[in-house]
Design a protein around this ligand. Structure first.
Ligand SMILES: NC(=O)C1=CN([C@@H]2O[C@H](COP(=O)(O)OP(=O)(O)OC[C@H]3O[C@@H](n4cnc5c(N)ncnc54)[C@H](OP(=O)(O)O)[C@@H]3O)[C@@H](O)[C@H]2O)C=CC1
Ligand SMILES: O=CC(=O)O
Length: 320
């Protein structure tokens, strides 16, 4: 066992857990939820050389209490819960897990679009609650996806993967909103770059895959949601705080937005008193974008490889 101290806050597959226990002085938390867990976590981090995990809001104060820390390997692609600048100033390498989760996350986005299009949540409830008494009528119909207009907000890795599914699998035309123009994507997918307003006005399906940053926080609210087409479907697989959730719920309630599919929320787990709870025209998933065995294992492998490289004085594979 090495003398280097590693703190992990994540579920690991058994072989990786064994390997880490052999190679490091390891403190492993599956999750940190209670105040007791947090105290134990802080104590372990204060001695740590490296951290692997997700689900922890890394404050500057936490960093200050961890003077030996050299590398923080997030098991996520999003790095909105880390003080990136403060870490840079302290010389702590922050790494994430791009690419390996792109396809699974795009699948989740597409699943939400399909579920919302065919109102799958309502239909499942009807069967489970023994309310399916006769063949269904127009009041239960959904909308088609093939041949429709898809609007992608954030044409990065996941956005492109969603767009590819829409175009190649469903013959959808693609509009996108992105900070920089992507001529490569425009020629590969026939996508057209538009302003956000045009995207919301024209799309039948809107999928948000933009990261949460100071510029994107609260970007999407009633202003855009209420200009959607009569049976438009809005899906968010990025971060809850990119959308003003109270305005989203109000638009779903008053019918200015037809339907939504959400994997991410302002507060997670979604609180029982959320205005989204109880709405029939929203499908809510518990942040499962990348949650498959294969993808989560690959994310953990990449995070560990990043730690090993940085501790060995090498470049991380995926530094932020
Ligand atoms: N639901 C889930 O479980 C998951 C959620 N995610 C979320 O998805 C996000 C995207 O991941 P990924 O596709 O890999 O990231 P990428 O960095 O590949 O893509 C992000 C895209 O957003 C664009 N963008 C960033 N800021 C702005 C802005 N202010 N205005 C317009 N466009 C902007 C970028 O533009 P540019 O080309 O100019 O840089 C880039 O094209 C993650 O940050 C994470 O929050 C990721 C995985 C799983
Ligand atoms: O939300 C997940 C991520 O990888 O970011």
């Amino acid at each position: 066992m090495s003398s280097q101290k590693l703190v992990v806050v994540h579920e690991l597959y058994p072989e990786l857990a064994e390997q880490l226990a052999e190679c490091f002085d390891l403190t492993h938390f599956t999750r940190v939820t209670t105040q007791e867990d947090m105290t134990a976590f802080r104590a372990a981090l204060s001695q740590a050389d490296a951290y692997v995990g997700s689900g922890i809001r890394f404050t500057e104060e936490l960093l200050e209490a961890a003077p030996r820390l050299k590398v923080v390997a997030s098991v996520s692609v999003g790095v909105d819960s880390y003080p990136v600048e403060a870490m840079r100033q302290r010389g702590i390498v922050l790494t994430n897990t791009p690419d390996v989760l792109t396809e699974s996350t795009a699948d989740t986005g597409f699943m939400l679009m399909m579920m919302a299009a065919r109102r799958a949540g309502e239909m499942l409830d009807m069967v489970q609650n023994h309310e399916w008494k006769a063949s269904l009528s127009r009041q239960h119909f959904g909308v088609d996806m093939h041949g429709k207009k898809l609007g992608v907000v954030g044409m990065g890795r996941i956005g492109q993967s969603v767009a590819r599914r829409g175009r190649d699998g469903f013959g959808m035309s693609v509009n996108y909103y992105n900070r920089s123009a992507r001529p490569d994507v425009e020629s590969a997918l026939g996508a057209r770059r538009v302003e956000l307003e045009q995207l919301f006005r024209e799309s039948d399906f809107i999928c948000v895959t933009i990261p949460l940053t100071a510029e994107t926080e609260g970007l999407i609210g009633r202003h855009y949601l209420a200009m959607t087409r009569p049976r438009a479907i809005f899906v968010n697989i990025s971060r809850g705080r990119v959308v003003r959730e109270d305005e989203l719920a109000a638009c779903l309630q008053d019918g200015s937005l037809y339907y939504a599919g959400l994997d991410v929320f302002e507060q997670e787990p979604l609180p029982a008193d959320s205005p989204l709870m109880g709405l029939s025209n929203v499908i809510c998933l518990p942040h499962i974008g990348s949650a498959t065995f294969q993808t989560r294992n690959a994310m953990c492998d990449l995070a560990v490889e990043n730690v090993n490289r940085v501790l060995a004085g090498e470049q991380a594979v995926t530094a932020v």
